[in-house]
Design a protein around this ligand. Structure first.
Ligand SMILES: [Zn+2]
Length: 428
C-alpha cells in the first residue's frame, strides 16, 4: 500500500501573502478585506509578505528539508471563477524546501516539497447561482507534498500526529484548517481523493478508500486511475472526474516577483526549541513528542527539565503534566523543585495546592480561575482562532461554547465573563 499526501495549511500571518489586507480578521462581511492585488485586477503588483517567507522556511527546516539559497515563484495557469487573474501564484522548482523527511519511529516519510502559495477566493454555492467572497483570496498557505512512503492507515495516523506536533512549533494549528489531497494505491493505479477537509475526514476517507480498493482486488477487478472526492455525510468516496496530471497545468515564471534570498531568514527560534527538546529526550531516553509538547505548551518547561538529573527526569515530566492538569501555569522554579521532592502521583488538587503552600480559594473564585486557565490553554493551541474571535462573532461564540462545555457552565453571565477574559488576554 502506498499513501502520499498534499497537505495545505494556512500560515499565521497578520496580513495576506501579497498585499496588506488582513488575512484572518474582519472577515465576516464578504469582500470587505480586499484590494486590487487579491482581487486580481489588471496591473496590480504583488509584494511578498516577509513573515510568510520566514514561517515557511521554519516549516521547511523543521521537516528536515534542504533550503536553497534562493526561492522563487511560478504562475499555475488555470481558469476558475475563484481566481480571476487566471493563475495561482505558487512554487515548483524554486520551492522553499525540498527533499525533507518526517521521522516516524525510525522510518523516514519523505517530504518531496514545501511550497508557498496563495489561497484562492471562496465560492459559496447557492441553489441557482454562486457567490464569490474574496476575503480568503491571498491568504498564505504552505503545501506540504510527501513521497508515497506511508504504508498503512496506522502510519498515516502517526504521520499526521507527528506533523501536527512539528507544525505547532511554527505557530500552525492543523486542527483549525487542513485541506488534503490524498493519493492511495493498493494496486498499480493511483487514486487521488481531492480536497479532504480536516484531520478526522482525512483518516475516514483513507479508511474508506483502503476498504474499497481491497474489496475490488479480492473480486479480481481492476482499480481505475481516477480522482475521487470524499462525502462527509455518507462517509464514502465517489468518482469525480478524470485525473489531470501536473503536466496538464501551464506553469510559467512569475515575473512580478523576484528571487528571494533565504540565507538571512529569521527561522532559527522554533528550530532551536525543537532541537533542544529532541536533545533533552535523547539524553534522558524519553519520548520526544511528549517533551516537545510540554516545551511548546510552556517554553519555561524546557529550562526546568534541563535543570534536573536523568534520575529525576521521569518524575519531572509527570509533575509538569500534573501542574497542567490542575490548570496551574504560573508555577515558579522554586515551586517546581519543591514538589519534585514529594510523591504527588495520585494526589488530589486540593492537597496539591496545600503542599504547594497556596491558599484555598472560595468556590466561586476557583471556578473563574479555572475557566481563565482553560482559556489560556486554548490561547496556546489556537491563537489565530482566538485573534479571529475578536472581530468574528462566529469564532467567538464557538470558543465560548467550547469553554462552557468544558467547565459545565451555562447562562449569559458565564458567556459574558468568558468573552471578557478572552478579550482581555488578547489585548495584553
Ligand atoms: Zn489585498
Amino acid at each position: 500500500m502506498k499513501i502520499g499526501l498534499e497537505v495545505h495549511v494556512a500560515l499565521p500571518t497578520k496580513t495576506k501573502l501579497f498585499c496588506s489586507d488582513l488575512a484572518y480578521e474582519n472577515q465576516e462581511e464578504p469582500n470587505s478585506n480586499v484590494c486590487p492585488v487579491c482581487l486580481g485586477l489588471p496591473g496590480a503588483k504583488p509584494v511578498l509578505n516577509q513573515k510568510a517567507l520566514e514561517i515557511s522556511a521554519g516549516i521547511a527546516k523543521a521537516l528536515n528539508c534542504e533550503i536553497g539559497e534562493k526561492t522563487w515563484f511560478v504562475r499555475k495557469v488555470y481558469f476558475y471563477p475563484d481566481l480571476p487573474k487566471g493563475y495561482q501564484i505558487t512554487q515548483l522548482d524554486g520551492a522553499i524546501g525540498i527533499k525533507g523527511y518526517v521521522d516516524l519511529n525510525g522510518k523516514k516519510i519523505g517530504i518531496r516539497r514545501v511550497q508557498i502559495e496563495e489561497d484562492p477566493a471562496r465560492i459559496i454555492r447557492e441553489k441557482d447561482y454562486s457567490l464569490i467572497d474574496f476575503n480568503r483570496s491571498g491568504v498564505p498557505l504552505n503545501e506540504i507534498v510527501t513521497e508515497p512512503d506511508i504504508a498503512s492507515l496506522e502510519e498515516l495516523k502517526g504521520f499526521i500526529e507527528e506533523l501536527r506536533s512539528i507544525l505547532y512549533y511554527q505557530g500552525v494549528n492543523i486542527n483549525q484548517e487542513l485541506k488534503t489531497d490524498l493519493n492511495i494505491s493498493l494496486a498499480e493505479n493511483r487514486v487521488e481523493i481531492k480536497n479532504v477537509t480536516g484531520v478526522r475526514n482525512l483518516i475516514a476517507a483513507a479508511e474508506y478508500e483502503i476498504k474499497r480498493q481491497s474489496a475490488l482486488i479480492k473480486e479480481g477487478k481492476e482499480i481505475s486511475l481516477e480522482t475521487r472526492s470524499y462525502r462527509e455525510d455518507e462517509n464514502e468516496t465517489v468518482s469525480s472526474r478524470e485525473k489531470e496530471t501536473e503536466e496538464e497545468y501551464g506553469f510559467t515564471f512569475e515575473p512580478d516577483l523576484t528571487f528571494y534570498d533565504t540565507t538571512k531568514l529569521a527561522m532559527q527560534k522554533a528550530v532551536i526549541a525543537s532541537n533542544a527538546a529532541k536533545e533533552l529526550a535523547d539524553i534522558n531516553e524519553y519520548n520526544e513528542k511528549t517533551i516537545r509538547e510540554l516545551v511548546l505548551f510552556n517554553k519555561r518547561n524546557l529550562s526546568l527539565l534541563e535543570g534536573i538529573s536523568k534520575e529525576e527526569f521521569k518524575k519531572g515530566v509527570s509533575l509538569i503534566e500534573k501542574f497542567a492538569s490542575f490548570g496551574i501555569e504560573d508555577y515558579s522554579e522554586e515551586e517546581f523543585m519543591k514538589m519534585l521532592k514529594r510523591d504527588v502521583s495520585s494526589i488530589e488538587k486540593d492537597s496539591f495546592l496545600q503542599l504547594l503552600g497556596r491558599s484555598n480559594k472560595t468556590e466561586e473564585k476557583a471556578d473563574k480561575e479555572e475557566i481563565e486557565s482553560g482559556i489560556k490553554e486554548m490561547l496556546y493551541l489556537d491563537k489565530t482562532l482566538l485573534e479571529r474571535g475578536i472581530n468574528d462573532g462566529k469564532a467567538m461564540s464557538f470558543m465560548i461554547g467550547k469553554v462552557k462545555e468544558k467547565y459545565h457552565v451555562t447562562g449569559k453571565e458565564a458567556a459574558d465573563f468568558i468573552q471578557k477574559v478572552i478579550k482581555s488576554m488578547l489585548n495584553n
